[in-house]
Design a protein around this ligand. Sequence first.
Ligand code: GLN
Length: 476
Amino acid sequence: MDIARLSIREIRESLAARRYSAQELAAEALRFAQAENGRTNAYLHFSPERAMAAARRVDESLARGEEPAALAGVPVAVKDVIVTRGVRTTCGSKLLEHYVPPYDATAVERIEAAGGVILGKTNCDEFAMGSSNENSAYGPVRNPVATERVPGGSSGGSAAAVAQGTAVVALGSDTGGSVRQPASFCGVVGVTPTYGRVSRYGLTAFASSLDHIGPFGRSVADAAALLGTMAGRDVKDATSADAPVPDYAKLLDGNVKELKLGLPREYLKDLPGETGDLIGRAVQELQKLGCAVREINLPATDYAIACYYVIATAEASSNLARYDGVRYTTRAAGETLQEMYRNTRGEGFGAECKRRIMLGTYVLSHGYYDAYYLKAQKVRSLIARDFAKAFTEVDAIVAPVSPFPAFPLGEKVDDPVAMYLSDIYTITGSLAGVPCMSVPCGKTAAGLPVGMQILTRHFDEATMFRLAHAYETRAS
Ligand code: GLN
């Protein structure tokens, strides 16, 4: 087996044909992932016992003559902000260095119920705050395509694992772009489903009104299959939606004729050279497939970054208050409760988390709430309205993911605002809560991958996948 290139379909067919067993595949996948990890630092830790137990269950089910389940035997990597029972979950933070959760996230539970084999937990920016994976307390991840460059963030480890071939699919989390941007940088497919499509139960909260769990895959079909197994109402998350989950695989029929696509003027006007050319070429390909393309306006785009960094930091300051040295394992010394609390948080959190806690506390404080937080909420409504209006005219929006491809490690670490600007095209979709994804659309002259973003109406992941799949499998 070509372990680094396996697809979900191939694995299910091979298991059904008894070419190898799920346990053989899991053992080989673990060996390969561990051997390759030194090159990228994509995984923080592995979960061999859990993986082998899951693989054994798949083999037992096959031995009983059952059909392979949707993810039977598929090696999966999980971002370390998603809790796994009995398997350390650090959120890329020193504060949770020794935290072993007593329960599983719903997404994790559903993946294993569908036969998925969780190999380990992937590196990420601390509490998912960042765009380069350089905010991890456990060292940066290297981009497997160009190891002196960042893989993007904050789900950099998951994107790198899938690109490197050490997992077939992976889970990331996206609050303002953290699945789409690393997918674009590493040349894989990354999906941010509709807000509420996938239960957030067990996803460590960063900014709850923006947090999503999203899948990575090397193909649209694989990412869609992973979403299909996780999606749907969960009584443990009141914001999870009770919307029917279609069988995405059946809808990848290649037919996108007459689909109406919108190109946002605001996104394209300042798009630099190579990225702009690649997106332009991808749009021409979509036209060749029969799509009708027109320009649209998303006028509130200019305010998106400011709006996001008020709302996300406000929510983060509240969510991160729970790491107080009393719960969640890590505690620093201190004579008084105050001192212990201050020392724990002072030593435990990295610079970016501290920056956000301070900013968030500030915008929520008396006298500033109306000026910042409330204002940002109003701007968020305007952004959502822009999308709602656009979707009365078009079926999907096509846009860049990031203004630039993967940048060198260290290039933006000292300039948080430059780092924040990486998310200029991804944040709007997150604020509107619409489904969006990154699909690879070529490489720069230096060989760096670039992703195209596709956004559709709330809960219309099916159209998004159909379009991305038609593009991915086009005859060129
Ligand atoms: N880069 C953005 C941030 O730092 C988005 C992060 C995310 O989506 N988790 O907030």
